[in-house]
Design a protein around this ligand. Sequence first.
Ligand SMILES: [Zn+2]
Length: 297
Amino acid sequence: MAGQVAREIAPGVHMLTLGRGVAASNAYLVRSADGTCVLIDAGWRGSARAIDAAARQLLGTGTRPAAILLTHIHPDHSGAAGALARGWGVPVYAHADEVVMAAGRYLPERSMPLDRWLVVPLMNLLPARRRAAVEAAGDITDVVRPLDPSGAVPGLPDWEYVPTPGHTPGHVAYLRRADGVLVSGDAVLTVDLNSLVGAVSGRRRLAGPPRVTTWDRAAAQRSVESVAALNPRVLAPGHGPPLALGTARALHALARRPWAASRTVRGTVRPAPGRGVPGLLRSPGALRPARPEGRCC
Ligand SMILES: [Zn+2]
């Protein structure tokens, strides 16, 4: 993983896939119009080296992302945030409703089915000291700060965050309104993790978040509707490949049935043959290269 190169999926938006198979999750190195670079999401706890290496490759040694932004606090998205933030000397931002989860402890009112069915019973089998050590390993309270209620995004003045609660209480998506690029976290995915076949095959599908790790399904459904209303042109999800949407029809269909994956998605963003990096859709169905490979975001 340490040799992975971030793939540019839209101008200044570089995707890293961390982990493999059903455990794979995406992080993004994003550069704003003024040149600042930030990291959105941070993969699993063991992803720090791979992300740091990709950041060095994009930014050059000696330059680091200015901040880490989280869509939500779950171990597959915030796992390496603490180690990277401490190593880089930068803050981690999450929605104010999410920050309370930064200690890594079980909170019954914010729990998901997997916590109740599996994680808590297993943790209760551990000796108290071991349990405390496991919780401390995921604790990012020393580096986390709440996002500004205005919707402004630290380090990305041309972006805004959009509350998309449901998968977790303070889940957000990050939107660059000028060209419709949306980093959607787990509010909307492009792989169906609610189906064994979908999860194992990795087949491209617009889908809602995994039920077993979702805090409030009704709120998650409303958030799919919120994402559909944004009409994103490029969807950069927490799981699955990026998707260029020529039409928001599939998203609106998903909003009506978020727990049944849409079968009408088209237009995955692919690297242009021989060009190295893909770009943003000029028009539905047409891709253009964004910039030469290897240059920073
Ligand atoms: Zn996830």
